[in-house]
Design a protein around this ligand. Structure first.
Ligand SMILES: [Fe+2]
Length: 410
């Protein structure tokens, strides 16, 4: 898992790895260092005999948001830090890995059991940053007029098929993590929710459908928009998804494999929650709640195995849904799916004690939940109960739209 981070960074030069193209984006080398800081801080510091930080100032530079650990460098200015360079960060990673191995090799089973939860959290934390590293470098490269390619090649162009619907029974259902294996604290505790019967779209909204929304004045009709969303349309001049550019009347899309004409058969991606909601209003539908999403997925035995266009396909871009199956398609992978649910604690949620409790709980305000995973999500990091979250105006994440309908008491 640690090696995979380095493989993702390998196509990027030290200069690529230094750029912070906007405050939401972190430089690649910062991601590589920060996930290392996590192991140094939460595993080595309290358990390594004679612990001393690899470098005192790294604690300041590579702390993301943990108030309990101490002060930290201003997030929006990570891109002005030229030292340590990308190679120095590699040495930091190597040093912490070596100390980590020595520590773990020397622990008795009881001590290892006590530390296992934190180590596992560190691995899942690093996987989150593997995804962010790709989302962030996509933005960095998108600003370069030379249109550099990160990796991969576009899929063959595809024709969109019709949108189908899957009926889902309602009732008293259980959501939240209750399976074997890892979960973050925000997926707990499992609890019951009442759902009226509803329908879920069997695939994501496509670029072709989005072009129809645009042609029908989707970005010019305030009646379709939440008030905050309409304010952002006007402030930022939104007229298309984040990575679309119009050249001589043709829409192009920036991807990690270059800039290409928009493919109408692919899922629309890099739209905010506000855009997703406006599209649903235009289509006469709505976004699913996160409980509906999770219940629909758990009710579909075709989704028993977590599989799809995740990062291991190395397409690094959403793919077409393929022929209708009568079941849900594109559940795991392709695009994170906006839900209409605010990111809130589940009933009975308690953050862990200490600094690690800052991981999720303190962000439960002013954000919306996304479900499913995307083409940049590492396999093993997607599951039915996984709750991703972003502010409703965020567009640089690989986010898309699945519609829902019904759910009204008969
Ligand atoms: Fe982090």
């Amino acid at each position: 898992m640690r090696g995979h981070t380095e493989r993702l960074a390998a196509p990027l030069s030290p200069e690529d790895q230094t750029v912070q193209s906007m405050p939401d984006v972190s430089p690649t080398k910062w991601h590589r260092a920060h996930v290392t800081w996590f192991f140094e801080t939460f595993v080595l510091a309290d358990n390594e005999a004679g612990f001393a930080p690899y470098q005192d100032q790294y604690w300041f530079l590579f702390n993301s948001y943990y108030e309990a650990v101490g002060p930290r460098y201003n997030r929006a200015e990570r891109g002005v830090i030229s030292r340590p360079g990308a190679h120095d960060v590699g040495r930091y990673r190597g040093n912490v890995d070596e100390r980590f191995r020595t520590l773990v090799d020397g622990l008795d089973q009881g001590s290892l059991d006590k530390l296992a939860g934190t180590i596992e959290l560190g691995f899942h934390h690093e996987q989150q940053h593997q995804e962010l590293l790709l989302m962030d470098i996509k933005h960095v490269l998108s600003l370069n007029p030379l249109q550099p390619v990160y990796a991969g090649a576009p899929a063959e162009r595809s024709e969109p098929d019709g949108l189908g619907w899957v009926d889902v029974e309602g009732g008293l259902v259980e959501i939240g993590h209750r399976d074997a294996g890892f979960s973050f604290d925000n997926e707990l505790p499992p609890h019951q929710v009442w759902l009226e019967p509803f329908r879920m779209a069997d695939r994501l909204v496509t670029n072709g459908e989005w072009l129809a929304f645009m042609a029908d004045g989707g970005y010019r009709r305030p009646e379709l928009w939440l008030s905050d969303g309409w304010a952002q349309v006007k402030t930022h001049g939104w007229a298309a998804p984040f990575y679309w550019i119009e050249l001589d009347g043709v829409w192009f899309e920036h991807t990690l494999h270059g800039t290409f004409p928009v493919d109408p058969g692919l899922p629309v991606s890099h739209v905010s929650h506000y855009e997703a909601d406006a599209y649903a209003a235009w289509a006469g539908k709505r976004l699913p709640t996160e409980a509906e999403w999770e219940h629909a997925v758990r009710s579909d035995d075709a989704q028993a195995e977590v599989a799809g266009n995740l990062a291991d396909t190395e397409t690094y871009h959403p793919r077409a849904a393929g022929p209708s199956t009568g079941r849900l398609r594109q559940v795991y992978g392709d695009c994170w799916e906006w839900t209409s649910s605010a990111y809130l604690p589940y009933p009975g949620f308690h953050p862990a004690a200490g600094a690690i409790g800052e991981y999720n709980g303190k962000f439960m305000s002013n954000q919306m939940v996304l479900r499913g995973g995307c083409a940049l999500t590492p396999p093993g990091h997607a599951r039915a109960s996984y709750r991703n979250f972003f502010p409703p105006g965020a567009r640089w994440a690989l986010s898309g739209v699945r519609l829902a309908d019904g759910g009204v008491r008969a």
